[in-house]
Design a protein around this ligand. Sequence first.
Ligand code: ARG
Length: 561
Amino acid sequence: MITKLEEILNQTLKQLNYNYNVKIVKSNIEGTDFQCDDCFKLAKEYHEAPLIIAEKIVNKLKENPNYQTYFKNITAAKPGFININVSDKLINISLKELMNKNKFGIKEKHNKIVLDYGGPNIAKPLHVGHLRTAIIGEAINNILKFQGNKTISDVHLGDIGAQMGQVIYGIINDFPNQNYEDITFDLNYLNVTYPKISALCKENEEVKQKCAQITKKLQEGDKNYRILWQKICKLSVNDIKKIYDYLDVHFDYWYGESDSYKYFDEMLKYLEDNHYVKIDDGAKVIDVKEEDDKIEIPPCIIQKSDGAYLYATSDLGTIWQRKKDFNPDEIIYVVDARQSMHFTQIFRAAKKTNIYNGKLSHYGYGTVNGKDNKPFKTRTGGALKLEDLIKETKEEFINLRKENQNMDNEDLDILVNSILKFADLQNDYTRNYIFDIKKFSEVNGKTGPYILYTYLRINKLLTNNKANLSDNIYNDIDRTLRLKLLEVTNILEEAAEERKPHIIANYLYELSVIDNNFYQNNHIAALDETIKNDYNIILTYNNFILKTLLNLLGIHIPKSM
Ligand code: ARG
């Protein structure tokens, strides 16, 4: 719709000898559909008063033989706006066009994009902090795929960090004099061992040193430690997969930080041969500060003086690997905003050293907070396990309304997903949010269940379409709904361009509010056949939009609720 209006307006501008393309936006003025605010810019360029220009455009438009077809009313308003009300006919023409378009007529992009999200650390259970990267990452992945891009998702396991040395230390102590091959343990054992040794390291410097030694040897490829390490990884990854499956989050690759280690020698040689590294206090570093930095950006350390590798080394090595394996146009990282310094450093290092010249994007999200507005903690002060959060959400939802108790388990899980995902995606991800299960589970309000309920309620009304959409619009709420449906193309394009799923979530909510209003004000069963048929077409399309967009956010439709 907006594209069409822009076309018409820009033709008129050409006729008036203005060499300029204006934009049309949705109007916030009650009773006005759209507006054009660009006469102010034109005024500067052509040295005329904005209002005069607006009036000229309006008058010229009125001479257009199609004026009546397209517009109900168009006026120049002080101090230089153009207010537009479109005709019902234009709304219906545009709707019919839209309904015939594949993917809502969005402009496709065909880039190859690697997405790095999830990033769980092996041997530690997933906690609430891992929820955001999974949900936001998967949504951005879906949206970019829908836009036509080829995406490659990689979970990028934290599989070779300090926690590994600690767990291995624990195992060696618990199973003395045993062949590493013969040692067996289960997930429960892992879940106790990591926190136990991690606590011990805090009070005992000697243990801490020993653990660090093990980690270093493991990183260097020590065969014996690798035997235990593989066992730990297998158990832990299985467990992690279960939760991702529950959340319907999937990865093309299950690579870990450790997979980048095989490229370190090659990469370090390249960096040294080309004089990109310098020695600073015995450590190998890449200088990444730039002249107009407002804050100090410390050098990127890639090897410590004792030879150990760091987080930055594995991220740089992973970029090396991804370039080699996929040669992507862009690599996207959906990682906690608190890591933004790290990403600034490695992005600069990768560019400066020509390791990778494509686009590197870090989408840093805010924290999930408790009612005290501090990062969410359990009553005992620990991080809330994701598994427990899911359980609690399910219980809360079941206890909320009588109807929920009768839902089958599959539907309940779909609802839990909708609660967690919609809560997470409804605001710009850069913002923190307070986790309030009760609020997010309500069937009324800006929640996943509200949108799903709207969908199901409408779905009950739908029948097979008989005739085509007529040229009529029947009342204001009907008109509002049709205009809202027409926004879908821009919403999807904007969400994909800006990589912001909340744009879709907001639209879904606004559309659902209109739907409920429409539903309450039109008693469809009692209407005459033509109206009924028109409404059936509109609402069928409405639900197609709801379902498609919900799916992009990772939310599915339950059978009933
Ligand atoms: N494992 C890391 C953490 O828990 C997140 C990994 C993010 N991805 C990356 N390429 N650095 O903090």
